[in-house]
Design a protein around this ligand. Structure first.
Ligand SMILES: NC(=O)C1=CN([C@@H]2O[C@H](COP(=O)(O)OP(=O)(O)OC[C@H]3O[C@@H](n4cnc5c(N)ncnc54)[C@H](OP(=O)(O)O)[C@@H]3O)[C@@H](O)[C@H]2O)[C@@H](O)CC1
Ligand SMILES: Nc1ncnc2c1ncn2[C@@H]1O[C@H](COP(=O)(O)OP(=O)(O)O)[C@@H](O)[C@H]1O
Ligand SMILES: [K+]
Length: 479
């Protein structure tokens, strides 16, 4: 698991460390690491370091101080460094002195654009973890001239450090070098951060506020049959999805469940013939009432939101097994919360809303703080909530939260959510902790999406087809 800490926690840990570290030492550690990454980027993009031009955008806080010190270190490698000070009277004193001593140039805000245009690399030291609100106009104006690769100091300026939300102009970095520990922005705003690198400055932190699954966590959690297993012992999943008119959701959800684990898959609903045609290994019946025993249900994709869908949902909630309520099932719960009376409070429920379904469930959209939103919904429904979007957030009623950072946006395609629910249902049936099951399913779903796409549009069927490759890739770490 990768830990992620809020800026409040980071600041407290920094204060503790600062108290026992010589003055300026932490910043120099941070800035030296930053300069190594800057040199690496110069070499990558231009083929050399010496003689190249770096322009620093320098705000009035320590983030600007990091940039100035890094500039001084780069001077030692014969890089031409210029610094644009947004507030010259409040620039970090020791950093500015170090840059000047090393032969770096300080340029005025008015001359800034030409130095940005001529740069081989732009370093964003405008603002770091003390950023508040949208980027100020003088800083925002400079960004219009940037065409060179950008290295963000700690985080891309203009992006909220704790939520990753972007409200107005913001830096889009090719690489972000952060210090001590990952902050929420790094997991929640991948398109703004670019590649994220962590420089160790010796921070000590306890329990993280937010987590991210490593591939190794997913590999360790994913169920694999052993010598004594049979088709029942690995967990049987039931899929209640689709309709005669719209059988696609059923085919996708059942197919994802088939590919996720080697346990048995049952299907119940009006698309039984179509599902059987696609997946002969699925035991398909017309109704949940004669589906047979399962260890978890996936319910909702394509079942409609009328009384029949409501009856199906109520029936599966009453079976005493974990339920993944997706798509139409979330809408039914939002409109008729009394269906949840059928649920035994001790059996896990996973809700998988996208933003629109979330708004129906909670009465307002997720807003900028998607982690807080998912946590609130998890508490309200006493359920694990998987909030879909570019980044997927999974929160448990006990407050645990994780985020899945995607590789691109190819998952934004029709039916992709049905594939996710099938994966998740199969993991629930195997007995995995529902929060971990949701996180692992999201991880494999997004990996399958990027493998299927391979830089060109794909489809839900393509994502489904790439599940075995995604699992092979995840498991290759363990073999
Ligand atoms: N502490 C440590 O041990 C270490 C800390 N480190 C580094 O320190 C950074 C944190 O530094 P920090 O706390 O000095 O604040 P920082 O983020 O630079 O910005 C504050 C200034 O920005 C301004 N400002 C605010 N919002 C703005 C906006 N929207 N748009 C534009 N400007 C805005 C605001 O100005 P004011 O409102 O005062 O005019 C304020 O003065 C951290 O990210 C890391 O890089 C590393 O060296 C490792 C060791
Ligand atoms: N821009 C995006 N980037 C990455 N993933 C996305 C993006 N938009 C949607 N997704 C993912 O794609 C899936 C879409 O699911 P859903 O909204 O239920 O669609 P559908 O009903 O068509 O299946 C979710 O897993 C969601 O997290
Ligand atoms: K920054």
């Amino acid at each position: 698991m990768q830990g992620i800490w809020t800026t409040e926690r980071i600041r407290a840990a920094e204060d503790r460390l600062l108290a026992v570290t010589p003055d300026g030492e932490l910043m120099r550690r941070a800035a030296f690491g930053l300069s190594v990454h800057a040199a690496e980027m110069l070499a990558e993009h231009t083929g050399s370091v010496s003689g190249r031009r770096v322009t620093l955008l320098v705000g009035s806080g320590n983030n600007g101080g990091d940039a100035l010190w890094a500039g001084a270190f780069l001077r030692r490698r014969n890089v031409a460094v210029s610094a644009i000070l947004l507030k010259p009277e409040r620039a970090h004193g020791p950093g500015l002195a170090a840059l000047k001593r090393s032969g770096g140039r300080v340029v005025s805000l008015e001359d800034g654009p030409q130095w940005i245009r001529r740069a081989d690399l732009v370093v964003d030291g405008i603002v770091g973890i003390s950023a508040r609100g949208p980027l100020r106009p003088d800083a925002a104006a400079l960004l219009e001239y940037v065409s060179a690769p950008v290295l963000a100091v700690d985080l891309p300026s203009g992006v909220d450090p704790d939520t990753g939300a972007v409200d107005g102009p913001a830096v889009v970095a090719d690489r972000t070098v952060t210090f001590g520990a990952l902050k929420p922005v790094h997991a929640l705003a991948p398109a703004s951060c670019g590649e994220v690198s962590l420089v160790d400055i010796g921070l000590r932190l306890s329990e993280p506020d937010l987590q991210r699954l490593d591939t190794a966590d997913v590999a360790a959690a994913w169920p694999v049959p052993g010598p004594d297993d049979d088709k029942y012992s690995q967990g049987v999943v039931g899929v209640a999805a689709g309709s005669a008119t719209y059988p696609g959701a059923a085919v996708l959800a059942a197919g994802a469940a088939v590919r996720a684990t080697s346990g048995l898959v049952r299907y119940a609903g009006h698309a039984a013939d179509v599902v059987r045609g696609h997946w002969p290994e699925v035991i398909a019946t017309g109704s949940v009432t004669d589906a047979g025993r399962v260890q978890a249900w996936v319910v909702g994709p394509g079942i409609g939101t009328g009384h029949e869908g409501r009856d199906v949902l109520r029936f599966v909630l009453g079976r005493g097994v974990p339920v993944c309520a997706d798509a139409d099932a979330t809408t039914i719960i939002a409109r008729s919360p009394d269906v949840l009376d059928a649920r035994d409070p001790d059996t896990p429920l996973v809700l998988t809303p996208h933003a629109g379904e979330f708004e129906r469930l909670m009465g307002s959209p997720p807003g900028a703080d998607r982690v807080a939103a998912a946590r609130a919904a998890a508490r309200k429904y006493d359920a694990v909530v998987l909030l879909k979007g570019h980044c997927t957030v999974v929160a448990a009623p006990d407050g645990r939260a994780l985020v899945n950072t995607p590789r691109g946006s190819w998952l934004a395609t029709a039916g992709s959510g049905d594939v996710l629910s099938g994966l998740l249902g199969a993991l629930l049936a195997s007995g995995l902790d529902p929060w971990l099951a949701a996180g692992a399913a999201a991880h494999v779903h997004s990996l399958a999406g990027s493998l299927a796409a391979d830089d060109a549009p794909t489809s839900a069927s393509g994502i489904l087809g790439a599940i075995p490759d995604a699992l092979r890739s995840v498991r290759s770490l363990t073999s």
